[in-house]
Design a protein around this ligand. Sequence first.
Ligand code: PLP
Length: 485
Amino acid sequence: MNNTLSTQLLFELSKPGCRAAQLPECDVPTKPIDQLLPKDSLSNTAPPLPELSEPDVVRHFTNLSTRNFSVDTHFYPLGSCTMKYNPKRNERLAALPGMADLHPYQPESTLQGMLALLHQCQHMLAEIAGLPAVSLQPAAGAHGEMTAMLVAAAYFRDRGEKRTTVLIPDSAHGTNPASAAMAGFTVATVKSTPEGFVNLDDLTAKVNEQTAVFMITNPNTLGLFEPRIGRIARTVHEAGGLVYLDGANMNAILGVARPGDFGADLMHFNPHKTFSSPHGGGGPGAGPIAVAERLAPYLPTPVVAKDGGGFRLDYDRPKSIGRVRSFFGNVGVLVRMYCYIRSHGPEGLRRIAEDAVLNANYLLHRVKDFVPVPHGGRCMHEFVASGAKLKSDRGVSTMDVAKRLLDYGFHAPTVYFPLVVREAMMIEPTESESRATLDAFAEALAKIVEEPAELLHDAPRDLPISRPDEVQAARKPVLRWKEGD
Ligand SMILES: *Cc1c(COP(=O)(O)O)cnc(C)c1O
């Protein structure tokens, strides 16, 4: 690869006079621009655009595109994100003109196929959740959380109950407290036990008549299934509160356990994680929610309803919290989800969960001797290793290890999350990786922890950019090219 070419900006590659296309002389009468546009709309100077030939532009962007780590090019064990392989067939199906070229303002009678598909999505998610009512509208997991918190708030308001607090374990994803706060609740933290589970004493002490919702991620962010989930749900329900399940980790329990059966009243799905939509580049995703029957009246409008032989969008829902997104949600992601679920079927979905858990346990056992896993010898779909000892013994941080993995051709795991593990490395291989890939990753990690500290501080060493100053990049991003820079 030509390294110089693809690390230079288009502006640096610019050669005055270069053009991608040569237009022929205009053969119709022309008028000067200042006779066509008002003077104050005109600039005195031409915009400083780069001047390049078409091959230069194509090579620039094509070379840049090969600088990405992606699921299609590399093993991507980013914990909590479920970076599984996205079957290409789902892309083709979502791109069919009958799917991709629909307009949301078309008459309902001409959208029957899409509405049937969305109706089935509602049905399938209800079945997987063990909760009967579904909204497909939210645009991401975090948006699903917030929508569900608004549903819970509307439910309590309707009952005349003044419940102001949402309880959240200290191992939760940051979106949980953010969603609860945005929906107007006060957030209180529930401690974890040293084993990484919900501290029942702390929960019992904090749950009361103010408690609206207890949000739990199960399996949790340590990759552990909460064994006392039944008791936890009873404790919350006895105090009149609702149990919310953050469904980001559904990949571990698909077809094996249903949140509605273990006590959840509301939950979200992340189709871009569990049901194979490409993600990681900032979206789009989706965050459908499923809720218990008594919460169904409060779901966003519209929901897709079936009437006789046809489908329609039901807006006649007087208790609804209203819209949370335009139209029906991110339909393209939902179509991919539909294809993925239908092509696996119930048996296949269960197999996904079993294989994801098997892969994670295999990898855990391959790496635990050189990166300790503080929370036990078994996991669900992911596990959290700790680089704390490496840090204290050799001054090598988890960041050093994560950066060095890039040199070996692996995406780094999620690092420094969850906060309850020091120097955390959260590793989620997913079901779509082969044993050979898992072995290669474990061997790379084994080599890295033996490498000299000075070398690791400098990693990545073989990539075009080593360590950007992340603080500077976040505080003072340079987003605009200025002439003379
Ligand atoms: C990814 C994730 C979320 C947020 O989902 P988005 O779709 O990224 O908004 C919430 N909770 C957990 C545990 C997650 O892993």
